[in-house]
Write a protein that binds this ligand. Sequence first.
Ligand code: UT7
Length: 325
Amino acid sequence: MRAGIIGIGSFLPEKVVHNTELEKIVETTNEWIVERTGIQSRRIAEANISSSDLGAEAARLAIENANLKPEDIDMIISASSSPDCTFPATACIIQDKINAKNAAAFDIQAACTGFVYGLVTATQYILSGECKNVLVVGCEVLSKITDWQDRNTCILFGDGAGAVVVSNVQQGGIAASILGADGSGAGLLEVPAGGTREPANLESVKNRRHYIKMNGNEVFKFAVKVFEESIRKIVNKANLTLDHIDLIIPHQANVRIIDAAVKRLKFPMERVVVNLDKYGNMSSASIPVALHEAISMGKIKRGDKVVLVGFGAGLTWGAVLMEWA
Ligand code: UT7
């Protein structure tokens, strides 16, 4: 018995913001952003939209794609680096919006690895027999926690959502997974204020401490390392070699991270999905949106072995190897 993805959906805000528009806000150039990150544009949500709005749209599409009804979902796991609020869980807000009244609902906080953590958690609930259909949602409105005065970070992020339904499958499904964390790197990528360590106050707002802060160079090195290691580990765990892998779908943070890791693995770049040029880094939404695009574009065939690999704040990382049915 295996767990597998039986439905997928994604939803992106309509508004496209090109690099040239960022040239008007901070001291940067389109050329710098493209050369250093590979990003050309990103989607930005309207002011009245929160992560659960995008997540609920993606969730509806995933449930429809699975030929199910919202009441068939018995658990919702939402992963977001930009949740609607500290509590309640964004998953509960999504539950209400899609009217999935039979679902338990909770959030996972694993930043950009959130979708992978959610997918692995969902798999355990399916394999244990505790749940029949688990909805996993990665949803982000990062534009609202981005410091639009900080050129080091504001060029990177975008808004969007992706969702999958995980259920028992007769064929294919999730064959292996790994998760990891190193909390000693927590300070490398964070939103410092707004929690109990540094509660919101006038000073914290004045010092822009409710926005994303990142040590880009350190996170870059970490990302390349865990990307390579995670792929090697998961392929070993599934008793396969890299030659068996048809497609890698990595977290979409920076094309140079992807290039460097793929080069170390000696894996062909044509078998790696990259869509960050259009959407930037959508944290927990990057992987499900890229997976959905790859399926829609016919890049994944029945029987293909696909590896999802995520990495991000925490620090966290994780990978899932699945056979497409
Ligand atoms: O999703 C979670 C994981 N997140 C990531 O994986 C992000 C990882 N980090 C990165 O992708 C890269 O480190 C960045 C894209 C953030 C930065 O690229 P970099 O090649 O590491 O640049 P840098 O930080 O070393 O900066 C090089 C120069 C600096 O100028 P000096 O000190 O050499 O004069 C920066 O001030 O580029 C400057 N710079 C910029 N210039 C124009 C930094 N940001 C910009 C900018 N436009 N937007």
